[in-house]
Each structure stands twice: as C-alpha cells, then as structure tokens.
Write a protein that binds this ligand. Structure first.
Ligand code: ATP
Ligand code: MG
Length: 203
C-alpha cells in the first residue's frame, strides 16, 4: 500500500553505517510508474559514482552499451542497489542484466506496492511485507507531529481523546498519521480539531 513506509525503511537501511561499511559501492534509483530504461541506467551509473566515462559520452551510448558499462564497472565490487517504487516486473527485468552475480554479498533491494513484483522476481528473492503500525506506534508518531513531543504528557485530556479517536481512523498507515498530525499541529482551538474529526468521520 502507498504510504506504508517502504521508501522510509529502504532509506534507513541504505544510510545505515553498518550497511555502508559492508558494500564497496551503493546506488539508489527511484523507478516509479513511468520509467525509461536508458534514463534509469544513466541514473544508476551516476548514483554509483562511476566516473571513468564523461556524462556526454554516456548519454550517447545506447541501452546495451550502458548495461555493458555498468556490468564491467561492477565486476569485483560488492554493491548495493535500491530500486525504489517499481510498479511492473518488466522494469527490473529491463535492467537486471547489468548487475553481475559475483557471489560476493551484493544485494538489490526493491520496493514495490505490487504483490506480483515482490513475489515473482526470482527464486532467491526474499519478500518482506511491511505491517501497519500498532495503535501505540501510531499515537507516538501522531504526538510527535501534532504536539512536537512523542509522549504528550502535558497535553490536556480532551485533546488527547480527540486525537486518539482520529488516530484510530488512520488504520496504522504512517502517511495518514503524519498528514493528520501535520494538519492538526497548527490548530490551536479544540473546535478546529473537532471540525477535522467530524470531517474524517464522514469519509
Ligand atoms: N515506521 C515509520 N515511523 C514513522 N514514520 C514513518 C514510518 N514509515 C513511514 N513513515 C512516514 O510515512 C510517510 C510515508 O512513508 P513512505 O514514503 O516511506 O511510504 P511508501 O510505502 O514508500 O509509499 P509509496 O508506495 O507511496 O512510495 C513518510 O512521511 C514517512 O516519513
Ligand atoms: Mg515510496
């Protein structure tokens, strides 16, 4: 589902110090619904920071040439690729040839909303399905956004009750909790909170 935290989790992994130490080179590419393989390959090469060829020279190469260049550049290197937000399995198929299997611990992380993409990639794929947040996790996230404090200790009871009622409606979806918290953070009258609550109840 959109807004569940796939990109956030992949980002945390990608920037984690232990992960950085483990790989010789890393690249992050956002794929999305409308992608162009040539452009994707260029962006991946640029994200890895392979600079033996000039940008102008790379732009003039065709897809096959770029795949070969990427493949050669990755030889002997333990790499991590994050391909964020893949919609169709053809997207990964279109550039996976460029990634050598050197049996050296290299990894590709794909984030997707599609069950089909997650499951049919290949037999060595591990699919991690994200769960929704628990109510307590949602409440803490909401309080950070709405009150600027994860505990909301000093917040009056009636605000908390209203907040909890609305957080419950978010169904554990982080994006919904964050948007709600942001929306309410600048509303300083309880009446305004009630207006938002009444609107949410209608949806
Ligand atoms: N576990 C979490 N704790 C706190 N905030 C989170 C968590 N997961 C996601 N978020 C927040 O929720 C929002 C949506 O997350 P994210 O963009 O990662 O979702 P997504 O699953 O990649 O969505 P999409 O399918 O649209 O790409 C972001 O603002 C992110 O900061
Ligand atoms: Mg995402």
């Amino acid at each position: 589902m959109g807004g569940l935290g796939k990109t956030t989790l992949a980002g945390k992994l990608y920037h984690h110090l232990d992960v950085k130490r483990k790989f010789n080179c890393r690249a992050w590419v956002c794929v999305s619904q409308d992608y162009n393989t040539h452009d994707l390959l260029l962006r991946i090469i640029s994200s890895f920071g392979f600079k033996t060829k000039k940008t102008k020279e790379l732009n003039l190469m065709n897809e096959e040439g770029l795949e070969r260049y990427l493949h050669e550049s990755l030889q002997g290197c333990s790499y991590l690729l994050v391909a964020d937000d893949i919609w169709k399995k053809e997207a990964w198929e279109s550039f996976k040839r460029a990634f050598p299997d050197c049996n050296n611990g290299s990894r590709v992380i794909i984030t997707t909303r599609s069950q089909e993409v997650a499951e049919v990639l290949d037999e060595r794929t591990y699919a991690h399905k994200l769960r929704f947040l628990t109510f307590d996790e949602s409440w803490q996230l909401f309080c950070e956004k709405a009150f600027g404090n994860p505990n909301a200790n000093s917040v009056e009871e009636q605000w908390k009750t209203l907040g909890m009622e609305m957080v419950q409606k978010c169904g554990g979806l982080p994006l919904a909790v964050i948007v709600l918290g942001g929306l309410l953070s600048n509303k300083t009258q309880l009446e305004k909170w009630k207006a938002v609550r009444d609107h949410i109840w209608q949806i």
